[in-house]
Design a protein around this ligand. Sequence first.
Ligand SMILES: [Zn+2]
Length: 304
Amino acid sequence: MAPPFTGKSDASKFLDAIPFLQARHYHPTRLGPVVFIVEHDMESGEDWDEAEDWQRRTNTQERESSVNYGVDPDSILSAVKPTQTAWHASGVNSCSLGIEQPGRAAQSRDEWLDDYGKRMIANTGKLTAALCIVFEIEVRVASSDDVVNYYLGRPYRTGLISHLTATEAAKRLGKKNYGHWDPGYSYPWDFLLAQVRLWLPGAHSPVPRPEVTTMSRIVLDPTKPKRPGKRPHVELAPNNDAIVGYWGSVLDGADPASPGFAEVRVRKLATKAVSIESEVDDEGNALGVAAIRADHSTELIPWA
Ligand SMILES: [Zn+2]
């Protein structure tokens, strides 16, 4: 597994290197900022040249539509640059980029997650990660509320949406839409999100590790706002064997006004759990162990 993207310039370089063949129909400039990524399907079979076929079709077709990117298990291709506006989700083109994936909206979860589908969505995940990094989009599934709020100038959150979500939003906004509902109700968003996270800066490769490993020592910043009653929280990679981020301040019981740091040693106990040991520098006393379970719930086990 290749290392994750290191940051914006690395992710930009990846996007710039994607083989490009201009779509026949598109708008030559951006008509708005990129705040959503729309995941589509091609209503196609599962050939290994679906992305190449899509790119050629987009270049020549009469039909006035286009999508920014197309993937299959061994290719990531582009037909409309992010600096241009693709015509892929009527009503929300101005705020989004689109990705075409082989498959059909009627597919079951198992059909999406066959060997072909997993390899294909792994590519969608890498591309989506690069786009999220470059355009500062949250790695989450957004709702039509977010899209509607964006267009109405209300507070909104960025994220990934389906063409179905775009259609719902366009309907609610009274905009033209064609009722598309791809990639359907069984598209495996959890699998896609897990693939995206593998490519985010700081993600670790999902290589199996020994049962007990001291992974790192994290110094929690006591100047960060303390969230009363909250334990330091460690964010895990999808397979729970790597730490991708954390937040927190000193543990309960430590003096938040103390100039010392709360140090946390992170130790992987098993693939399903991580423990964090904490101590306060100026006292030198560990306060407890917070166990983070696979479902991300936490439990503080005080030192005896
Ligand atoms: Zn679509």
